[in-house]
Design a protein around this ligand. Structure first.
Ligand code: GN1
Ligand code: MG
Length: 368
């Protein structure tokens, strides 16, 4: 779709240090294109350069203004809080030589640049209880640190992003339009989604009734968006595109659906998909050490449910995209979105089997 970008000249648009040496794709994002740029001199940082998918992020100015505010606030808070002891870092946005947060090339592509976080690892799943705990703690801290962001509310960059009512409308519309004739072949999956729709609207209703507060949330808390150091400590949360007003339940649930899945999100052998209750508990425990400072009882009460909800929402979105003809997520094989949808449905069923335990665990953590 895109011709090969001139990485060097893009790199040179930003206030980067050092001489451009090389650039290659990294990461597994489904939306933007991400590259790692290396410099010739070892003393200078490496950089993450991203081409923003502006078909999805239409308001690039709003998007980047949000990110500028978030990263500088996090940086200030962490500087205040840590005089050497802390190890958490904020993403560092690199501005252009013209002092802008992004660069638009002649072909109409939008580019931005971050400093690469040195010596990190990231993982689709935690692989250890310590990493799960640390990841939970990092998410709680992220939400806590952003709770006093000064100024106007952040732009709602993707309106109704986790609004299930809207997601169901889109799903029903895809079913009616059936643009590529796939509806008949996915009847079972459609039925599983529709059967659960009413139950899943619980958080939407709590929100509409004002029973849970709107806070600043990340909204895309896949476990691999949390970076770790070599001692398994969480050091940074990345992928700030969707940081905006939202419900903390969405963040908790989205993290759980990725970290407690024993398979990757697009594993097509459903026998490999199951729910890891132990990792779930560790993450929740870590999360509550920070988020316990601000969560309301209603929020705490629905944490376990939120894991089912976000698994359901992602399954619904993948299935919608399959029915719509693969127009949203990047795919790398035919039926990729259907595989992802089936995987999420299977995970949801596993969570349903474990739900009593999931709730009990969190209720006991309240008490401790
Ligand atoms: C998208 O591109 P990536 O992987 O960071 C999506 C998330 C989904 C995720 C599913 C803006 O995120 O909501 O959870 O795919 N982001 C957007 O893997 O739609
Ligand atoms: Mg993302």
């Amino acid at each position: 779709m895109h011709s090969k970008p001139d990485y060097k000249s893009i790199f040179e648009q930003f206030k980067t240090e050092g001489t451009f040496a090389s650039c290659a794709p990294i990461g597994e994002g489904h939306i933007n294109d991400t590259f790692l740029a290396k410099t010739a001199e070892p003393e200078f940082p490496e950089y993450v350069i991203q081409r923003i998918n502006h078909a999805i992020f239409k308001d690039v100015d709003g998007l980047m203004e949000n990110i500028r505010r978030i990263t500088s606030h996090l940086q200030n808070k962490l500087n205040e809080a840590t005089s050497g002891a802390g190890h958490t870092v904020a993403m560092r946005l690199i501005e252009t030589i013209g002092q802008k947060t992004y660069f638009k090339d002649l072909a109409g592509n939008y580019w931005r640049c971050f400093e690469f976080v040195k010596n990190h690892t990231n993982h689709d799943a935690p692989l250890s209880l310590h990493r799960a705990f640390e990841g939970g703690k990092a998410l709680g801290k992220f939400q806590l640190l952003l709770s006093d962001l000064p100024g106007e509310p952040l732009f709602e960059i993707l309106p109704d992003f986790h609004n299930l009512k809207k997601r169901l409308d889109n799903f029903n519309q895809a079913l009616t339009q059936n643009p590529v004739g796939r509806v008949d072949s996915v009847k079972t999956e459609i039925e599983k989604m529709l059967d659960r729709a009413d139950e899943m609207l619980l958080v939407y209703r709590l929100g509409e009734a004002g029973k849970i507060p709107v806070r600043i949330t990340h909204n895309d808390t896949k476990f691999n968006n949390i970076l770790f150091d070599d001692k398994e400590n969480a050091i940074c949360i990345i992928d700030l595109d969707t940081v905006m007003p939202g419900f903390v339940l969405y963040d908790f649930g989205d993290a759980i659906r990725t970290l407690a899945n024993t398979a990757t999100e697009d594993e097509d052998d459903l026998l490999k998909v199951s729910f890891d209750l132990v990792l779930y508990k560790s993450f929740a425990q870590g999360y509550l050490t920070e988020a316990g400072k601000f969560l309301t009882p209603t929020e705490k009460e629905h944490l376990a449910f939120s894991a089912k909800l976000l698994t359901y929402i992602m399954g619904l979105r993948f299935l919608t995209d399959h029915i719509a003809g693969d127009v949203y997520y990047k795919i790398s094989r035919p039926s990729h979105n259907l595989v992802r949808a089936r995987n999420q449905i299977r995970l949801l069923e596993c969570m349903e089997e474990n739900f009593g335990e999931m709730q009990k665990a969190i209720a006991e953590m309240h008490a401790s």
